[in-house]
Write a protein of this length. Structure first.
Length: 534
């Protein structure tokens, strides 16, 4: 199998994405995770860019990486400047990184209009910079990123080729062809990579694509098909503007679909874990429909699909989700057929009870018509099954609850001038029955749901101490029939977790507090039933 190198630039190019800001500790944690999965190169940043990137290269020396090489990224020397006097090149050398990546201008328009240099001077800048880093830093490798290569080649192919030769003459181990504006389509990428392969026989080529036309993954794959042996990109495709090529999809396609040697043996099954780890570090929501690793990537909602997958998984899945560390999900909704119901209720062994499965399907469709949705509320569906089977025994019974919200003001500041600070105080009172015992509790919270949660916990804690392990992690509200205005029904979905599982519950009502209570009560009930069954 041909070996394809993976060059990750999440810490540099990825951090340029809107709303993304990695701390030094974030960068070190991601570096360790990338190394564990077998990424070949990790671009740490530009040492002269900011103090954080400078510190990164100091700290990374203390980490004992198993496989990856850390690269320092920087630009060619300034025009009309000796490389030894250039502060950028000096910072690259001083970083003591194992690999240095130099980026230079390929597009003649950029050279003359943006850089303000002559075409010949730009060639000298490229050559001098690569040669200086190669000789002074004593690094393992100097790589050359040909910025705007595809636009530059289209405008002036002869000059674009000269820039690559200048880097190679300076000692670059590989030249990386960059679609910096992300505007090149796969056919053009394939043609131009093939042309460079012919013009520079035996030279190692890499590909670096941006996603402004939503084809960065395709462009990267066709470049490999034409002989590129290194792919640059970011985890989850994060990056400036529309992002970079998504290494997650690229790794999966290269490995599973095309049979290339990528990462380290056994690493692919950790791909989903890596994707979600970076999302968490970046404080971003998962992209549910992300290919290979998204929570919806192997989710089946239509009854025909669920029925087919239950018989032959390949009928509606292009790969086994286990290969990339993901899992199959069967969704319950008004579109569900009996196959969905039977799959989701396998633990209750009702496969031969057609009447019950039809009853459940009809119940789901009726509830969804009222505004319920069970795709993200599988715990509520599980309780619904228990009720249909006649095995549901409530763990507690609601007698009453009350929620009050009032404005409060702090005392005036010292000196008596200016207004006091105004805020809100929320208090919930809950009265429930547990067996023959009535519990009546009150609690304060940051809002109505938080106060209800606290009061209900207080009421249940003596009877069910294991509820201390459970916490609410997400709360979503959606208006179901918006045409009814303020009288519209709302759907509340709550996500909860303990030390082993995550589950969702749903409540629907014209009153947002009641909808929240229904979802909250289901969450507590599910936790108690789950622990009982384990």
């Amino acid at each position: 199998m041909t070996r394809i190198q993976i060059y990750d630039t999440t810490l540099r190019d990825g951090s340029q994405g809107e709303g993304i800001n990695f701390s030094l500790q974030d960068k070190l944690l991601i570096t360790k995770k990338l190394d564990e999965i077998g990424v070949d190169y990790i671009e740490g940043g530009y040492p002269l860019s900011n103090p954080k990137d400078f510190e990164y290269f100091q700290e990374i020396r203390k980490l004992k990486l198993k496989h990856a090489k850390v690269a320092a990224f920087g630009m060619t020397r300034r025009k009309n400047c000796d490389p030894g006097a250039d502060v950028c090149l000096k910072a690259l050398v001083d970083s003591r990184a194992a690999v240095i990546t130099i980026v230079g201008k390929t597009w003649d328009m950029h050279v003359t209009e943006v850089l303000g240099a002559t075409l010949d001077e730009n060639l000298r800048m490229i050559n001098d910079s690569v040669r200086y880093c190669k000789s002074q830093a004593h690094v393992d490798e100097v790589l050359y990123d040909a910025e705007h290569f595809f636009d530059g080649f289209k405008a002036n192919p002869e000059y674009a080729l000269k820039t690559l030769k200048a880097a190679l003459d300076g000692g670059a181990k590989m030249v990386i062809l960059c679609d910096t504006n992300g505007g090149t389509l796969p056919g053009d990428v394939a043609e131009r990579v093939a042309t460079i392969r012919q013009g520079l026989p035996g030279v190692a080529l890499g590909i670096h694509c941006h996603n402004d036309c939503d084809v960065a993954t395709s462009n990267s794959l066709v470049a490999v098909a034409q002989g590129a042996t290194q792919v640059q990109g970011t985890i989850n495709g994060i990056g400036e503007r529309c992002g970079n090529a998504d290494l997650v999809a690229i790794i999966a396609n290269l490995t599973v679909k095309l049979g290339y040697d990528v990462l380290q043996p056994g690493s692919l099954q950790h791909l989903t874990e890596l994707s979600r780890y970076v999302y968490e570090i970046a404080n971003m929501n998962f992209r549910n429909n992300q290919p290979f690793v998204g929570t919806s990537a192997f989710a089946h909602k239509g009854g025909m699909h669920a029925h087919g997958v239950a018989r032959v998984s390949a009928s509606y899945e292009h790969i086994d989700p286990v290969l990339v560390g993901n899992e199959r999900r069967i969704l319950i909704s008004e579109l569900s057929g009996q196959a969905n119901i039977l799959t989701k209720t396998a633990k209750y062994a009702i496969a031969n009870n057609k009447e019950l499965s039809v009853k459940l399907r009809d119940m789901v469709q009726d509830l969804e018509n009222q505004g319920y949705e069970f795709e993200a509320a599988e715990a509520s569906f599980d309780l619904l099954v228990k009720k249909a089977l006649g095995v549901y025994r409530p763990k507690f019974e609601r007698i009453a609850y009350r929620v009050g919200v009032e404005t409060v003001s702090s005392p005036l500041p010292a000196g008596g001038e200016g207004p006091g600070v105004r805020g809100l105080s929320t208090e919930a009172t809950v009265k429930i029955r547990i067996g023959d015992v009535i519990e009546h509790t009150v609690a304060e919270g940051d809002g109505p749901v938080n106060a209800l949660d606290a009061a209900l916990r207080k009421a249940l804690q003596d009877a069910y101490p294991n509820l201390a392990q459970m916490q609410l992690v997400d709360y979503k509200v959606r208006v179901v029939n918006s045409r009814a205005g303020t009288a519209a029904r709302v759907r509340v979905v709550i996500e909860s977790r303990d030390h082993t599982d995550v589950w969702g519950t749903v409540g629907v009502s014209e009153n947002i507090i009641e909808a929240s209570w229904l979802a909250l009560a289901d969450s507590f009930e599910y936790k108690l039933f789950k622990d009982e069954e384990q």
